[in-house]
Structure formats: C-alpha cells, structure tokens
Design a protein. Structure first.
Length: 95
C-alpha cells in the first residue's frame, strides 16, 4: 500500500495527520490514502506511546473529519498548506 510513496511523502502524511486542522479527507485527496490506512501507517511509523497519544487526540475530533466540521471555509491554513497542489507539494525546496 505504501510502497509507491517516497520518504518525503510519508513524512508529509505523518505531519498532516499530526496537524489538528488538517482533515483526513485532505490526506486522502492528496495521497490517495483513506483514514484507516493513515491510522495503520501511523501505528507502523511511530513509537507505541506516541501512536496512543495521537490516536486519543484525533479520535472523534471534528476538525480531523470534514463531514463533522461545521466551519470548513473559515478555517486557518498554514502557509505550507497553501503550497499543496493535489498529489504533490509544488515549488517547495527541501535542503
């Protein structure tokens, strides 16, 4: 499932999953990975204690689930998030 993702993609998925206001739908749109697969990825890539802490934080959180969020248009977006275009991070250079 994750074989076609680069290390940079995996890092970005984990970063987006940790962000409180990035819904799982955005991860699915950008990388084609459903919520249940993001959870599997997080379990695989993180220490158990970190995964448990993350899972408690995001479980049922309205901002992580777009269909539960009422205020999607007025939501804050980070400057990094503006640079995302479908499946790739555009014009962002990594050192």
């Amino acid at each position: 499932m994750y074989d076609n993702l680069t290390d940079r993609d995996l890092d970005r998925i984990i970063e987006m999953a940790w962000e409180d206001r990035t819904p799982f739908d955005a991860i699915e749109l950008q990388f084609g990975i459903k919520e249940k697969d993001v959870i599997r990825l997080m379990r695989r890539e993180m220490k158990e204690s970190s995964f448990i802490r993350w899972r408690k934080r995001v479980q049922g959180r309205p901002t992580k689930h777009a269909h539960k969020s009422q205020d999607t248009e007025l939501r804050f977006k980070s400057r990094q998030q503006k640079q995302i275009s479908l499946n790739r991070i555009s014009k962002k250079k990594y050192s």
